[in-house]
Design a protein around this ligand. Structure first.
Ligand code: ZN
Length: 428
């Protein structure tokens, strides 16, 4: 018998309307009982006194780079980084090599993640073959292989008819289409946000409208196709307004925001003296945008916090700003950043943190989890709210180190992560 008693933690679970100190008994990987001062006989005891117990965190947007780019990250190192960051599940984008645009690749990723046995990895299939924006991939077959959504992330599906057909086709399989909203004819792949800072620095730049106009088109097509649209890594206030309006109209539109867009502005590019760890797409925006993102989290316009974990080898980032690839890693800092910067100062209630890290993402991609229920797999994230630490990339489980948060002093750190009752991470 594999009985586990997680004793005395404060459960924060808006899904079951629970916020208080409870014991959890886990039997054969499932939650058997939740209650006060439970007696579980010979159970192994995990003392969670003083810890917060959340439904397992779910990241809707990561790049695990396998197959094809294992020098940046692998399913194994990525799943280990996820577990260390408190994530019990992550959704892996399709821009691998080969591209995850058919069932064989989808199934291979799903199988490989089961072999690894740490955080769950849900594959996201491509919208179009080879991410080329032309011919639709086989959504039904990829769903059979384990795909939970489809996305050409990294590329916007620029052709409106292709996107319309993708939304209609996805509806047949009840799959959300996740969109990287960026009109390339306006963004021109600019290295940073277009504004006062980019002008001063003389760097190529993209206006926030490259995102928001693409968001507006995607929402219009979502309405036309009566389908499910998920907007990735929204960075501008205008985009959030559009999502708020779409939700008000009853459209099935959801969105995510990333920690870096919440806690950094384009001033970081100058302040870091052109550190390429401030270069990502969409780029860091302005203080006004940050305020709009936070308001979106507060009022429910934002469904999820997702990291857009994008590992790159140090050599790839050690080039001039304009030549560097977009993207930073985020799995091992997301929860602590959010807790320190938004929950501790009282800007976002702790229950809302549980929603955007777990309940919301589970709902967006129709994934298991998101709440702590008897009978459900014991996917749990335990956070130590008192522990202070300084971000040190050398300690990361990820194979890459490209973070703009090195040296940040944070409070609140994942103490242990359980997937199906198995301890996949414990802070030592
Ligand atoms: Zn993207």
């Amino acid at each position: 018998v594999t009985l586990l008693l997680i004793r005395g933690g404060r459960i924060v679970d808006p899904g079951s309307k629970r916020d208080g100190v409870f014991d959890i008994v886990v039997d054969e990987g499932r939650i058997a009982r939740i209650g006060e001062k439970l007696d579980a006989g010979k159970a192994r005891v995990f003392d969670a006194t003083g810890l917060l117990v959340f439904p397992g965190f779910i990241d809707l947007h990561v790049h695990l780079r396998e197959p094809g780019f294992e020098y940046k990250e692998s399913i194994s190192s990525g799943a280990e980084a996820a577990a260390a960051g408190g994530f019990t599940a992550v959704c892996a984008m399709a821009n691998t090599s080969p591209v995850n645009d058919h069932r064989t690749v989808t199934r291979w990723i799903a199988d490989r993640s089961k072999e690894v046995g740490l955080a769950r990895v849900y594959p996201i299939g491509a919208v179009t073959k080879g991410l080329k924006g032309e011919e639709l991939a086989e959504f039904g077959e990829m769903k059979e292989g384990g795909a939970v959504a489809v996305s050409d992330d990294g590329h916007w599906v620029a052709d409106a008819s292709v996107m319309r057909r993708a939304l209609e086709y996805a509806r047949l399989f009840d799959l959300p289409v996740a969109s990287h909203a960026e009109d390339l004819t306006l963004s021109l792949k600019g290295s940073m946000n277009e504004g006062r800072i980019s002008t001063r620095l003389g760097l190529s730049a993209q206006p926030a409208e490259a995102e928001s106009t693409a968001v507006a088109r995607d929402i219009a097509l979502c309405a036309l196709a009566d389908s499910r649209l998920h907007l990735c890594h929204l960075s501008s206030g205008r985009s959030i307004e559009l999502v708020r309006d779409a939700k008000r109209r009853g459209l099935r539109v959801t969105c995510e925001v990333t920690p870096h867009h919440l806690f950094l502005t384009d001033e970081a590019v100058a302040q870091s003296e052109f550190s390429t760890d401030t270069k990502m797409n969409p780029p860091l925006r302005t203080k006004a945008d940050i305020e709009a993102l936070i308001e979106g989290i507060r009022d429910g316009s934002v469904d999820a916090v997702a990291t857009d974990h994008a590992p790159h080898h140090a050599d790839e980032k050690a080039v001039d700003y304009e030549s560097a690839p977009f993207g930073i890693i985020g799995l091992e800092t997301a929860a602590s950043l959010f807790f320190t910067k938004l929950v501790l100062p009282g800007l976002i209630p702790i229950a809302r943190m549980a929603e955007v890290f777990s309940t919301g993402p589970a709902r967006v991609f129709s994934l298991p989890g998101g709440t702590i229920l008897e009978g459900a797999p014991a996917d749990l994230t335990l956070l130590d709210p008192e522990c202070e630490f300084t971000v040190d990339p050398r300690t990361f489980r990820s194979r890459s180190r490209n973070t703009p948060f090195a040296g940040w002093k944070l409070r609140g750190v994942p103490a242990a992560t359980f997937v199906s009752g198995k301890e996949v991470y414990r802070r030592t």
